[in-house]
Design a protein around this ligand. Structure first.
Ligand code: XUL
Ligand code: CO
Length: 439
């Protein structure tokens, strides 16, 4: 059976190719900074948007044509869909995929039934992974769609809902482990609030921390060693999501002694909603050793919600790859396409065009970033900009050998600080443009 008979395996044809079903920049075996593009980028395709997205929006139902679907929420349909998914992963040469428990398998009438459904589909996923060599980047649990989670999951005011969520995550970690998943992700879902008139924020945050400690304990018991990743997002669905941005997450993790077990999964559209650039979020996490993985997408600057579009902007992908390379690469993380085709792009082939376009954009961003780094074009400037800290009073301060009194004495003798030098932002923006021109 093939769901995409007209689509060949997508191959690299180089920048001059006009073939829309070929890569122009993503050349999996090409080495960049000593590693293949395949290993630098670790592309991953998400199950939820790509195989469960229907194109519905608040104004109308789905538009997507998905001929392999039989319209039922059965395990049979889920198993067939899983095989179709692997055909797409393989044809796109994507080494990884990611899922929520409820994307891959239907929710049953009870937790036991849901677990059985998940096991049945996981059998097929494992078989397909072995056959194709495609691996699981991460698994996660959907703790937000079912109405039971209306007040949140780990932060619900209803203790039974916390218990249900714990049981569901226990199972999701086990299935992720069984499938060799390299990470496990927590996106907050409905962990947040709309109004403090009805909310005990301190109690909710304490509960969330308890939940994460339980997850760590269970991972230890079953031998799952992959990092846990928290995915920051500031709003949507709640007005105040607890994991609002990288800084808030790291503060929470540090406060509750969770930092050794967690890193961050950063998403561009979430950064935008938080009023940050993706580069900021990546660097903030990176400098604290907490850069785990990325959800690769982009928002729309004219729309204030999480549009989850495929990223094709070379400036964005260059900035993302520059920051990832700066912090030593993605380790067990990946470039995970948490992105969906537009409602108007309803044909199966659009799934291919979307991924090819964004894979190429990240591959080109990687090459540009590596070229900038090879010439020390930005880092050299930054090093010079901070040179006053390398010797003299700067070095004394950094080494902890100077206090207020020493600095007062120093400045009373000197009388005035050395003159400042230009930050040269506009020049540096033009320098980055030169690298975009060249490649
Ligand atoms: C929600 C979001 C999620 C997570 C996984 O905005 O990004 O799809 O990536 O739960
Ligand atoms: Co995401």
């Amino acid at each position: 059976m093939t769901a995409f008979p007209e689509i060949p395996r997508i191959e690299y044809e180089g920048p001059d190719s006009d073939n829309p079903l070929a890569f122009r920049w993503y050349n999996p075996d090409e080495l960049v900074e000593g590693k293949s593009m395949r290993d630098q980028l670790r592309f991953s395709i998400v199950y939820w948007h790509t195989f469960r997205g229907t194109g519905s929006d608040p104004f109308g139902p789905g538009t997507a044509l998905r001929p392999w679907e039989d319209g039922t929420d059965s395990v049979d349909n889920a198993c067939r869909r899983a095989r179709v998914a692997f055909e797409l992963f393989e044809k796109l040469q994507a080494p990884f995929y990611a899922f929520h428990d409820r994307d891959v398998a239907p929710e049953g009438a009870s937790l036991r039934e849901s677990n059985d459904n998940l096991d049945a589909v996981a059998d097929v996923l494992l078989e397909e992974q072995k056959r194709s060599g495609v691996k699981l980047l991460w698994g996660t649990a959907n703790l937000f769609s079912n109405p039971r989670f209306m007040h949140g999951a780990a932060t619900s005011c209803n203790a039974d809902v916390f218990a249900y969520a714990a049981a569901q995550v226990k199972k999701a970690i086990e299935v992720t482990h069984r499938l060799g998943g390299e990470n496990y992700v927590f996106w907050g879902g409905r962990e947040g609030y709309q109004n403090l008139y009805n909310t005990d924020m301190k109690r909710e945050l304490d509960h969330l921390a308890k939940f994460f400690h339980m997850a760590i304990d269970h991972a230890k018991q079953i031998g799952f060693t992959g990092p846990f990743l928290i995915e920051p997002k500031p709003k949507e669905p709640t007005k105040h999501q607890y994991d609002s941005d990288a800084a808030a997450c790291l503060n929470f993790l540090r406060q509750y002694d969770l930092l050794d077990h967690f890193k961050l999964n950063l998403e561009t559209n979430h950064a935008t909603l938080a009023g940050h650039t993706m580069m900021h979020e990546l660097d903030y996490a990176g400098i604290q050793g907490a850069l785990g993985s990325i959800d690769a997408n982009t928002g729309d600057l004219l729309l204030g919600w999480d549009t989850d579009q495929f990223a094709t902007d070379y400036y964005l992908t260059t900035q993302v790859m520059l920051t990832i390379l700066k912090h030593g690469g993605l380790a067990s993380g990946g470039v995970n396409f948490d992105a969906k085709v537009r409602r108007e792009s309803f044909e199966p082939i659009d799934l291919f065009y979307a991924h090819i376009g964004s894979m190429d954009a990240f591959a080109k961003g990687l090459k540009i970033a590596a070229a900038i780094r090879a010439d020390n074009a930005l880092d050299g400037f930054i090093a010079r900009r901070y040179a006053s800290w390398d010797t003299g009073v700067g070095a004394e301060i950094e080494a902890g050998r100077a206090g207020f009194a020493d600095l007062e004495k120093y400045m009373l003798e000197k009388g005035e600080a050395d003159a400042n030098v230009s930050g040269r932002q506009e020049r540096l923006e033009a320098v980055v443009n030169r690298y975009l021109d060249r490649l």
